[in-house]
Design a protein. Structure first.
Length: 750
């Protein structure tokens, strides 16, 4: 309900700012008519004051008077305004039926007024309606239209409100990055707002943004500022929202006593504000408005009857007609009264259902957040020890003195790799189901994307004695734009399955265009193998989670999540997977995806040469609190003749960087005393050039923004592939040395 109120508040108060445009007519406009418009504008201003102060009773009563006066002077713009105000009043009262009817009338008269600002406001109304229905994609479309039109007509006040309404939608959608960008834009336009509540509300949302990004110190500052300012202006709804979020922030900081005390204050304001939406006086005003409308209909019907009576000469026939009409209206009034009683009952039941739905949704959101937090914790707690197991087993496999234990060590590494694959697949499924997948569009060359993926299965190809054939059509554009990460995940799963379930056979990866236009290309991908195949009766069930392909003569058992992940990823891309298979004769998986064709080819960038010799005698600081992980990382690096130094927490790392020169820092994220994020920020204050690579076992999407914001250069997820680990270190050291070489060259030239 608070969200609906805020939508209404900052949509309605924009109206007086553009009403003046219709008042400034040509000199030939009648003075009396202009005076009527000025009187009408004062009524609109009064309605805004009542609304901003939360006095909805007076607002609703005044809006009914405004509609009557607007109809009297027959001004389409003011009629549009009157219906719009009433629509928002009904929205506050949870009467969406009457709200929609009044919005439709408002839109009709906005078009008749031929006023660009009225059209822009109508776009904003539609955006808010879609947002209240949680249809956020449509809401964002109309928000953008509103912002564009306000920009076009250079209406700064309207633009400020348009940005504010987008903030509310983004916050409801929990898209806090989008909300933050519009908060900054709205802040620039505060001077065009005509009410102090606008600035206070923006501060409240800034606090909410910092709360959800876990910057609790900044969040608390804004919440306390909002509380102080809102008390001065007696803005109880802002006080309710600020106290609630402030209590949540304190709770997140483990300040339970303070959080409880603040929550009690929030509870008092919540009870006070709930009276705004349940006032019986406003319901009586609603009925008064309905009866007024009914009387208008009756008066119009009587007028028609009088005109007919003048034409009819027969007095008896006239009396009969009047009796019939009177009887009809009597029945109509009875029917209307009955309908009104039923409607009031339905509205009451709807309010109860709405409250139940809100409680259910809040409970669902709590469970969803708890689930996501659980998976994030499990990810970190499982990946951290797995890093030690996989790293040590890799090192032991390369120790020739342990050749007689090679089989046992390989079994150990296989089990660890299998467990890691299972963890990654479960987390991937959870991420998709919780709508946390980002649709990041990048430009890429398809051949350059697929070839490294195929190469990554070289060990499995040799082990199963398979031949891999890669066929990429020459008609595919050299540079396309789309979600390259999602395509990589799909191909990794399908090619991996083909390699696992094929022995002494052939695997074909085919990419061909099916439809090219000037701007788009549709590519059909086919992954075929001559492996064990899939029985007809099993072909549907293999796309269900934890369903594995069975074979009596094959010893590999997968997690049963690869194909469900592929199916869900393709669904996110508006595509589907097709399967053709026969038991014992292989399988063929195919799907199609559409990508944008880039008009200009990307500039060629010289790749950084991967030369392990660059690592000799390089000094690397390993910041890691886990002793086993320290040993594993140190052994891997020392094999490449690297000089290693250990720091057990972020505070130690800062001191060591101050007194010694390192070529690179490997920084763990979660550590006691001082974590990797805070340590990196401190180091960047006095050393801007040293490469810092984050080591994390947490899901990368959860930390990426904070990691790069802290000044780190790259990310490695534990447990990692040793080759990729070394290549990442070489890449970052090479970049630093190339930059130093370039700086020296420029210095010499100067």
């Amino acid at each position: 309900m608070k969200k609906i109120y805020l939508f209404i508040l900052f949509c309605v108060i924009i109206s007086p700012l553009y009403a003046q445009k219709n008042i400034q007519k040509t000199d030939s406009v009648n003075r009396v008519f202009l005076e009527q418009q000025q009187v009408f504008q004062k009524l609109l201003d009064s309605s805004n004051v009542f609304y901003n102060e939360g006095d909805f009773t007076k607002s609703l009563d005044l809006n009914m008077q405004i509609l009557q006066k607007a109809t009297t002077i027959n001004n389409p713009y003011f009629i549009h305004q009157a219906y719009r105000y009433l629509a928002y009043d009904y929205l506050v009262l949870n009467d969406t039926i009457l709200a929609m009817k009044n919005f439709e009338k408002s839109e009709k008269y906005a078009k008749l007024s031929k006023n660009d600002t009225a059209t822009a406001v109508t776009y904003m109304d539609l955006a808010n309606i879609y947002a209240t229905k949680e249809n956020y994609s449509e809401a964002y479309i109309y928000h953008d239209k509103s912002i564009q039109l306000f920009n076009k007509i250079k209406d700064s006040a309207g633009l400020a409100k348009a940005h504010y309404n987008t903030i509310i939608t983004a916050a409801s959608d929990e898209d806090y990055e989008k909300a933050y960008s519009h908060i900054l834009k709205a802040k620039e336009l505060i001077k065009y707002s005509d009410h102090i509540s606008f600035s206070i509300a923006l501060d409240n949302y800034l606090g909410e943004y910092y709360y959800y990004t876990e910057d609790y110190s900044s969040a608390n500052q804004y919440f306390l500022k909002v509380i102080e300012d809102a008390k001065k202006e007696n803005l109880t709804l802002e006080l309710e929202n600020a106290y609630y979020l402030y209590s949540q922030s304190l709770f997140a900081q483990n300040k339970y006593k303070e959080a409880y005390e603040v929550f009690e204050i929030y509870d008092e304001y919540s009870d006070e504000n709930s009276m705004i939406y349940t006032s019986s006086e406003r319901y009586s005003l609603t009925e008064k408005y309905q009866l007024s409308e009914f009387r208008k209909d009756i008066d119009a019907a009587k007028l028609r009857n009088q005109l007919q009576a003048e034409i009819v000469n027969n007095k008896n026939r006239l009396n009969i007609i009047l009796i019939i009409v009177a009887t009809s209206f009597l029945f109509l009034l009875i029917a209307l009264y009955s309908a009104s009683l039923k409607r009031r009952k339905l509205v009451k039941e709807l309010k109860i259902k709405n409250r139940e739905a809100i409680l259910a949704r809040e409970e669902s959101e709590k469970l969803s957040k708890a689930k996501n937090k659980f998976f994030s914790t499990v990810s970190h707690e499982l990946r951290t020890p797995l890093y030690g197991v996989i790293g040590l087993s890799t090192i032991l496999m390369e120790d020739k003195s342990l050749i007689k234990h090679e089989k046992d060590i390989k079994s150990l590494k296989f089990s660890a790799d299998y467990l890691l694959a299972l963890i990654n697949d479960v987390l991937q499924i959870n991420k998709i189901d919780s709508d946390n997948m980002e649709n990041v569009l990048t430009s890429f060359n398809l051949k350059e994307l697929i070839e490294p993926i195929v190469s990554s299965f070289e060990y499995m190809r040799i082990q199963n004695d398979n031949k891999v054939h890669l066929e990429i059509s020459k008609n595919i554009p050299g540079l396309i734009q789309g979600n390259a990460v999602r395509l990589s995940q799909i191909l990794m799963n399908l090619i991996g399955n083909a390699c696992k379930f094929t022995e002494n056979g052939d695997i074909s990866i085919i990419a061909e265009t099916t439809n090219n236009t000037d701007s788009e290309t549709t590519i059909n991908f086919i992954i075929k193998d001559t492996g064990i195949g899939i029985a007809k009766e099993k072909q549907e069930s293999i796309f269900e989670e934890f369903n594995q392909i069975d074979s009596l003569n094959y010893n590999y058992q997968g997690t049963g999540l690869g194909l469900p992940i592929v199916k869900k990823l393709l669904k996110l891309s508006n595509s589907s997977i097709n399967l053709e298979s026969e038991l014992g004769k292989g399988s063929s998986f195919s799907f199609s995806l559409t990508y944008n064709i880039l008009e200009k080819a990307a500039k060629t960038i010289d790749p950084i040469t991967i030369d392990a010799k660059i690592l000799e005698n390089k000094k690397i600081l390993i910041v890691e609190d886990n002793r086993i992980n320290q040993i594993v990382t140190k052994k891997i690096l020392e094999k490449n003749n690297i000089i290693c130094t250990i720091a057990e927490n972020g505070e130690q790392a800062i001191q060591k960087v101050k007194i010694d020169n390192f070529d690179l820092i490997l920084m763990d994220i979660n550590m006691p005393v001082k974590n990797g994020i805070d340590a990196s920020k401190e180091i960047r204050k006095f050393n801007k050039t040293i490469p810092i690579i984050a080591l994390t076992a947490v899901e990368i999407e959860e930390m990426r923004h904070n990691i790069y914001l802290s000044g780190m250069n790259d990310i490695i997820v534990k447990p990692y592939d040793v080759t990729k680990f070394i290549h990442t270190i070489i890449k970052n050291i090479s970049i630093k040395e190339n930059q130093n070489l370039g700086n020296n060259s420029r210095a010499q030239a100067m």
